[in-house]
Design a protein around this ligand. Structure first.
Ligand code: FES
Length: 160
């Protein structure tokens, strides 16, 4: 589906670009604006970001695939990123990941039917000292056990 930045977002991008001596280093905030507008970074959104920043689409793709905060397909209102890297794994990260998977009945990359939750198994998110952890959108939940995971999921459901 075609993607063009809204007038409002083009103005935001103009403001972002003022902070950088050249366009390319603004790729992260501009991608973030694209994701906010579109819900995820589609191929068309990537092409638009590349065009606005005078970059190649491949360079933009490299950034999108490197950072777990950018999504290449639709995600739920609550995007759960469960870390299973070493520190989290040693402290039950896989138990938590499997628990969330079974509880929500979705696999890695999946989205619940009500579009409320999506799940992603991720590498270290820099919160190893408080492992195991999950991120829900931008919020980190740390030192988790299955009971706490239940409470988090329930409280998110209650909000809707
Ligand atoms: S290993 Fe999970 S946050 Fe670092």
């Amino acid at each position: 589906m075609e993607f063009k930045f809204t007038e409002e977002n083009l103005k935001k991008i103009e403001e972002v670009l003022k902070k950088y001596p050249e366009k390319k280093p603004a790729v992260m905030p501009v991608l973030y604006i694209a994701q906010e507008q579109n819900g995820f970074i589609s191929g068309e959104a990537m092409a638009e970001v590349a065009s606005v920043l005078e970059m190649t689409k491949e360079d933009v793709l490299g950034v999108v695939t490197f950072y777990t905060m950018f999504h290449q397909k639709p995600v739920g209102k609550y995007h759960l990123q469960v870390c299973t890297n070493v520190s989290c794994m040693l402290r039950g990260g896989y138990r938590i990941y499997d628990y969330v998977r079974e509880k929500l009945k979705i696999e890695n990359g999946g989205l619940t039917e009500d579009n409320l939750f999506s799940l992603e198994e991720v590498e270290c998110m820099g919160s190893c000292g408080t492992a195991p952890m999950i991120a829900v959108n931008e919020d980190f939940y740390e030192n988790l056990d299955l009971e706490k995971v239940d409470q988090i999921l329930e409280s998110l459901k209650q909000k809707n």
